[in-house]
Design a protein around this ligand. Sequence first.
Ligand SMILES: NC(=O)c1ccc[n+]([C@@H]2O[C@H](COP(=O)([O-])OP(=O)(O)OC[C@H]3O[C@@H](n4cnc5c(N)ncnc54)[C@H](O)[C@@H]3O)[C@@H](O)[C@H]2O)c1
Length: 321
Amino acid sequence: MEFKKVVLLGGGVLGTQIALICAYTGHDTTIWLRSEGSIGRTQPKVDHFSGKILEALEESKKLLGNPLGAYLYPKALIKDWEAMTEEKIDQLIGEAKKNFKDHLHIELDPDKALKDADIAIEAMSEDPQEKIDFYKKIRDSFDDKTILCTNSSTLVPSTFAEYTGRPEKYMALHFANEIWNHNTAECMGHPGTDPEVYKTVVRFAEEINMVPIQLHKEQPAYILNTLLVPLLDAGQELWAKGVADPETIDLSWRLGTGAPVGPFQIMDVVGLKTVYNIISNKADAKDSESLNHKILTMIGEKVDKGELGVSAGKGFYKYDK
Ligand SMILES: NC(=O)c1ccc[n+]([C@@H]2O[C@H](COP(=O)([O-])OP(=O)(O)OC[C@H]3O[C@@H](n4cnc5c(N)ncnc54)[C@H](O)[C@@H]3O)[C@@H](O)[C@H]2O)c1
């Protein structure tokens, strides 16, 4: 194993998921938190997501022998699906429990947390000023060798590089929610990232069972969301203009492209509250004459009724809880 110690800076939804996958793959992993109060918020997330990971392994037994199994198995948890048996999955469950217990630590002292770290991943709230203040505060705690990555979804690393104290050892490494199933790690440097550091981060991604998605230059929203967001926007536009209903729009996309789901099915998975928040940040969303205002109102009506998507059992579609 090339990477011995990993540090997560921030223990929210993504920080805890990334930490668990690092521990699952046998890495000594520390989640740094800023206060005692943060521990009370992070520990339940660790418990919740470790439970989800163990559940995903248990559920994967039902996929053995199913031709769809090769598509549906939890890819960050099982490296060689073809070789899987119930006994091997039980073995993975046993190892996961042990690794979560032995390799995952929470630390409040930044110097102690970061001592000897090979790689640190910042997974703090998506607020640019908070991230800058944080980097300025913590930059003296890094060991010289430590590579620093940001998991930011929407901000590019060049915005922050100068505040990190280690611009050549800084880049983005972006993970997806439900990391145990969606094992992509988008690797994106800024113009000052050392190419050797970039290669090292790609190797790290592979070592924690991710598929590195390598970007050659900065791109806000990386590759996936650059493709996905216009699709979702276009679906919303067709719906709000009254051109067609969500079912017809999804059907058209599925039949025309062979994709398994359409834009409204995807929005139900993302969650309509998140979709609502994204639209409300658009420049013209407050202008009552604009199409985005109309889309916001239509989605807002669903949110007010509790139709929040798959997690609520109803969004654009009904789901069996
Ligand atoms: N939620 C997702 O689906 C998702 C997916 C990919 C990437 N991301 C990215 O991951 C990052 C974290 O997102 P999240 O969903 O885990 O957020 P979250 O709100 O669940 O967690 C944020 C964490 O940051 C900590 N934090 C906030 N301000 C801080 C400060 N000033 N000092 C120290 N710690 C502070 C919080 O205590 C919390 O532990 C963001 O950059 C986001 O864009 C999120």
